[in-house]
Design a protein around this ligand. Structure first.
Ligand code: SF4
Ligand code: SF4
Length: 381
C-alpha cells in the first residue's frame, strides 16, 4: 500500500477505535441521564451524518432518552418539484442537461429527468461542475448545468462560472443555503429540537461563526462535527452537555478542518456569483434566503433567462396518486421518521421511489431502507 493510502487508512481507523467509541457511548449515556428527562431531541442537518450513523450502527448505541433526528440535510431531497420540472421542460426542448446522479430519478410534478430521458431527452450524469464545462466543449448544442446541492457544491459551481463558461453552457441553479433552514426548524411551533449537530463539510466553507447569530437568536446550541463514528459520538456528548448546562453556544468539534472564519476565498467566490433569495424547499416551507440564485451580472449564463421555460406544459399529466401520501416534508422537518410512512419499504423502495427521500444516497428513507433505521439491539445504553 503506498504511503499516503496507508496513512489515510490508519487515520480513518483512529476515528473508528472501538475502545474510544465505547467510552464515548458510555459518556453519552451518562450525560443524557443527567438531564433527568426524556426524550431529548437533537437534529443533524447532513446526509453524510445520517449515512455514518446508519452504516456504523450508531443509533443502536444511543441512549434511549436521546432522539437523534435527521433534518433537511440532503440536497437532492429538498430540491423542489418546480425546480425538477424546469430541468425536465428544458430537456424536452432538446437541450442537453448535465446534473449530479441522484437528481435524475427525483420525481417532478409528473416526470423525472429519467422519464424524460426514456422519451429521448439528452441527460448526462456528471460528478463535478468541471465535467459540465467539458461536455459543453464537446458539442455545439446548448447544454444546461442543472446545479444542485448546498453551499459546499455551490462553491464549485461558482469557481467554474468565474473561470469562464463556453458560450453554449448555462446554469440552472437549484443550490440551497443551509443556515436559514435551521431558523425555520427552530421556529416551527411543533419542533422538539433542543440542539443541532452541524455538518463539518459545509462549515469548512462557511466557518463556525456563521452559526453564532442563530445561537444568539434561538438559545439553541450548535456543535460542528465530522463524519467518522468518534466525531459524531464526541459531537453528541458535547451537544448534550451544552443542553444539560443550559449554555447555548457554537462549539467546533471538527477543528482539523473547520476554523471560525472558514474558507474566505471560497466564500468570496460564492457570494460573487450567487445571491441568497427566498424559495421553497421540497416538502418543508418557503425558506427566506434559503435559495442561491445567479447574480444579475451573470444573467447571460442563467438558463432561466436564456430559455423560455413553460412549466404549464407539464401540467397535463396529473401527479401520481401515491405521491400524495409521501411524508418527506415531515421527515425533513424532524417531525416524523421514515418508518412512520405507510409506503416505506412497500410501495416506496429505492428501486421504485415515490418520494425524493428514497432516491438520494443522502435521503433519510433510502438510508434507513439500506441499513435499517433504528435497530434496537436490546441494550440499556
Ligand atoms: S453537501 Fe456535504 S455537508 Fe452538505 S449535506 Fe451533503 S454531505 Fe453533508
Ligand atoms: S418512504 Fe417514500 S413515500 Fe414515504 S416519506 Fe419516504 S420517500 Fe416519501
Amino acid at each position: 500500500m503506498p504511503g499516503t493510502d496507508r496513512d489515510q487508512a490508519l487515520s480513518e481507523l483512529k476515528f473508528r477505535d472501538p475502545v474510544r467509541a465505547r467510552a464515548l457511548v458510555e459518556a453519552l449515556g451518562r450525560r443524557t441521564a443527567e438531564l433527568g428527562r426524556a426524550p431529548v431531541s437533537v437534529m443533524h442537518v447532513c446526509g453524510s451524518h445520517e449515512q455514518a450513523i446508519a452504516k456504523f450502527g450508531l443509533r443502536s448505541t444511543f441512549p434511549r432518552g436521546l432522539n437523534v433526528i435527521m433534518g433537511p440535510g440532503c440536497p437532492v431531497c429538498i430540491t423542489d418539484t418546480p425546480e425538477v420540472d424546469e430541468g425536465v421542460v428544458l430537456a424536452r426542448q432538446g437541450v442537453h442537461i448535465a446534473t449530479y446522479g441522484d437528481m435524475v430519478r427525483v420525481p417532478g410534478t409528473s416526470l423525472s429527468l429519467a422519464d424524460a430521458q426514456a422519451e429521448g431527452a439528452k441527460i448526462h450524469v456528471i460528478y463535478s461542475a468541471g465535467q459540465a464545462v467539458e461536455l459543453a466543449r464537446s458539442t455545439s448544442d446548448q447544454v444546461v448545468f442543472f446545479a444542485t446541492g448546498f453551499e459546499t457544491t455551490a462553491v464549485a459551481t461558482a469557481a467554474v462560472v468565474l473561470g469562464g463558461l463556453p458560450p453554449n453552457l448555462s446554469i440552472l441553479s437549484a443550490h440551497k443555503y443551509i443556515p436559514p433552514v435551521m431558523e425555520i426548524v427552530a421556529e416551527m411551533p411543533e419542533t422538539k429540537v433542543e440542539g443541532f449537530l452541524a455538518a463539518g463539510h459545509a462549515a469548512t466553507i462557511t466557518g463556525s461563526a456563521v452559526f453564532e447569530p442563530f445561537v444568539a437568536r434561538h438559545g439553541l446550541p450548535v456543535v460542528i462535527a465530522g463524519f467518522e463514528p468518534l466525531d459524531i459520538l464526541a459531537g453528541l456528548v458535547k451537544l448534550v452537555e451544552l443542553i444539560r448546562d443550559r449554555t447555548p453556544q457554537v462549539v467546533n468539534m471538527f477543528p482539523r478542518c473547520v476554523t471560525r472564519e472558514g474558507n474566505l476565498r471560497a466564500q468570496e467566490q460564492l457570494w460573487k456569483v450567487f445571491r441568497s433569495t427566498g424559495g421553497r424547499w421540497r416538502g418543508i416551507a418557503h425558506v427566506p434566503n434559503g435559495n442561491l440564485r445567479l447574480r444579475d451580472e451573470f444573467a447571460s449564463i442563467d438558463a432561466r433567462r436564456r430559455f423560455t421555460i413553460d412549466l404549464a406544459s407539464l401540467w397535463d399529466c396529473a401527479p401520481p396518486a401515491l405521491a400524495q401520501s409521501c411524508i418527506c416534508g415531515n421527515i425533513m422537518a424532524g417531525l416524523s421518521s421514515p418508518t412512520d410512512c405507510k409506503l416505506f419499504g412497500q410501495e416506496c423502495t429505492p428501486e421504485k421511489p415515490v418520494g425524493a427521500c428514497m432516491v438520494s444516497s443522502e435521503g433519510a428513507c433510502k438510508i434507513w431502507h439500506q441499513y435499517g433505521g433504528h435497530p434496537d439491539l436490546g441494550g440499556d445504553a
